[in-house]
Each structure stands twice: as C-alpha cells, then as structure tokens.
Design a protein around this ligand. Structure first.
Ligand code: S3P
Length: 198
C-alpha cells in the first residue's frame, strides 16, 4: 500500500476522528489487565492503521513450543517473565506493529523502558465487572486459577494501575461496543502523534 492510499484509508473522517496522515512509524503497544480488550481492540486498531497485529502471548507460546499455562506449571512465573521480556524486546526491535502484551508485561521496568524508547503505549482501562465478565469466557489464565478471580483482579488492579498509568495514552474500555472503544483509541493515538510531531 502506498502512503497516499494509506492516507485515504486512515482518513475516513466521517466518524469525526482526527486526521491520521500515515501509518505510525512506531509500534503501538496495548497494555492493561487480563480482559481489558488488548487483543480484540489491538486487532481492530492494526487493521485500521494498516499495521500487522501481533499478540505477545502467542509469540511466547510459539517460541517456547508450549502454552502459557504449561510454562507457568513446568517452569514457573519467573521463567515466563524472562521469556516475555525477551520476546517483547525482539518484537520492539522490528518494524512497526500493533502489539498486544500480556497483563504483566508493562510491570517489568526494562520492558517499560524499551516501550517508552521505541513505541506508543496505550492502556486500556477497565472496571472490575468488565474484567471479570470478559475473563470468565476463558479458563487458561494461570494467575486467575489460584483463588477467587474477583479478589485476584482487585489485587492486581491495586498493584498495576499506578504503573499502567505511566502509559502514553489511557483509554477506558468499559462495556461499550468494540468499535466505540476503537474510535477512542484511534482519536487518542492521532492526538498523541500530532502532539509528538509539533
Ligand atoms: C498475565 C496475563 C496474560 C498472560 C499470563 C500472565 C498477567 O495475558 O500473559 O497469563 O500477568 O496479567 P492477557 O493479559 O493477555 O490475558
């Protein structure tokens, strides 16, 4: 796709979103708790911006040749975090993409530093009921299996929200249709890029 074609694509304009002249030159990194919508919104964002979408958890599983649950079970969380750090570093070194990270990735200072240096981070902030509802659809998140999911998520919110808040962009991802949240993310990314360029 040429730059002018992308300009036409991105600048649909009818929904009132600010003009996004070209696909971002930086990787856009989706951050937030399990169930915040990082994959679902990230995928849509990538399609709208004409960037590839990559899910860091999928990449970790591919690199390890086993599931996240398996990695946690057999090797432990610390080992998973090492792999997560390495995989995200590799992805950030490559061409721009939309990257959905696992909920714990942004808690790692080294990863945060890399993201700040090379990417644009977007925290999808969701309330506890939204997170609970969405995470209950899947049963493969090791952290949510060690007790009551509501208590675990509330604890993680307390620990992680102050750090997620360091993201470049914060967008609420409550009980709205995905297209609406996507529009807010697109607007915020466009505004961020405009501010960065001026
Ligand atoms: C984790 C979140 C998961 C996955 C792993 C640990 C976390 O990813 O990386 O189970 O620490 O919050 P999602 O946020 O995509 O569910």
């Amino acid at each position: 796709m040429t730059e002018s074609e992308q300009t036409t694509d991105d600048n649909s304009g009818q929904d009132g979103s600010p003009h996004v002249p070209t696909a971002p030159k930086k990787t856009i990194v989706m951050v937030g708790l399990m169930g915040a919508g990082k994959t679902s919104i990230g995928r849509r964002l990538a399609a709208r911006l004409g960037l590839p979408f990559v899910d860091a958890d999928d990449e970790i599983e591919a690199a390890a040749g086993s599931s996240i649950e398996d990695i946690f079970d057999r090797l432990g969380e610390a080992n998973f975090r090492d792999g997560e750090r390495r995989v995200i570093a590799r992805l950030l070194d490559g061409p721009p993409i939309v990257l959905a990270t696992g909920g714990g990735a942004f808690m790692d200072a080294e990863t945060r530093g890399r993201i700040a240096a090379t990417g644009i981070s977007v925290w999808l902030r969701a309330d506890i009921d939204t997170l609970l509802r969405r995470t209950s659809r899947r049963n493969d998140r090791p952290l949510l299996k060690s007790g009551d999911p509501r208590e675990i998520l509330v604890r993680l919110m307390k620990q992680r929200h102050p750090i997620y808040q360091l993201a470049d962009i914060v967008v609420d991802s409550f009980d709205a249709p995905a297209e609406e949240t996507l529009r807010h993310v697109l607007d915020a990314v466009a505004a961020y890029r405009f501010a960065e360029a001026t």
